[in-house]
Design a protein around this ligand. Structure first.
Ligand code: ATP
Length: 215
């Protein structure tokens, strides 16, 4: 069980903190607004109403001993940068900070955030992707031009073995997993045949995956 603090209990902070709690972790929620801490008092392990940017607040709450913290306020850039600095100064091992713009993200990374997330931007692009290509169920960009994607098997693959399809040679794509209903083949081999309705997890360069009709 990890001890994690979530600072800023808006819609994003609430979703993060409730998910962490549901996974069994000890979650401290901090918000400047009492209405927000009251709203989550039963859902989280502890809630504290405080201005996290104020000198000593985070130290007094014992944040130095926490495994991680999420800086979840997005609108007040100064506050989010300040809180990120304070958390790293206290020695919190993993600080994930929410950025509301590219420049905000750059500053957060510069002041020591271990990871910067862009929830609005990422969700916006996922919604757009989902609309443009409903066969892409999930996409995770490992590098700017290299992804792992969960996709509905394209029509041209139906009834063919991985050997025949030669996706690696043609598109640079590796099939990592084949899901068929409730069963999963997590180490597909050359003789495995793809059927209509299969869901594939593939990795490869975006350009290749796009040509394959999956991105
Ligand atoms: P969301 O999109 O997550 O709903 P929001 O855009 O409504 O957030 P933000 O300004 O990003 O609002 O703030 C998120 C939460 O962080 C709010 O509930 C706000 O009260 C809280 N907050 C803002 N500044 C501080 C601070 N200095 N210390 C603690 N909590 C803060």
């Amino acid at each position: 069980m990890k001890k994690i603090a979530v600072i800023g209990l808006g819609r994003f902070g609430e979703a993060v903190s409730v998910a962490l709690r549901a996974s069994g972790h000890e979650v401290l929620g901090i918000d400047i607004e009492e209405t927000r801490t009251q709203a989550l008092a039963d859902a989280l392990s502890h809630v504290v109403q405080a201005d996290a940017t104020r000198e000593g607040v985070l130290a007094d709450l014992g944040l130095a001993s926490f495994d991680g913290a999420v800086v979840a306020m997005g609108a007040d850039i100064e506050a989010s940068v300040l809180v990120t600095v304070l958390l790293k100064e206290l020695g919190v091992r993993q600080v994930i900070a929410r950025a509301s713009s590219a420049i905000h993200g750059k500053v957060l990374a510069k002041v020591g955030a271990d990871r910067v997330v862009f929830p609005e931007r990422d969700m916006g692009s996922r919604v757009a992707q989902g609309l443009l290509n409903p066969d892409v169920l999930e996409q995770f960009e490992l590098l700017p031009d290299y992804s792992i994607a969960e996709v509905n098997a394209a029509e041209f693959t139906h009834g063919h073995s991985l050997r025949d399809l030669d996706l690696r040679q043609r598109f640079g794509a590796n099939v990592i997993l084949i899901r068929r209903g409730d069963s999963v083949n997590a180490s597909p081999g050359a003789d495995d045949v793809i059927l209509e309705g299969d869901v594939l997890v593939v990795s490869g360069p975006n350009e290749g995956l796009r040509r394959m009709g999956t991105l």
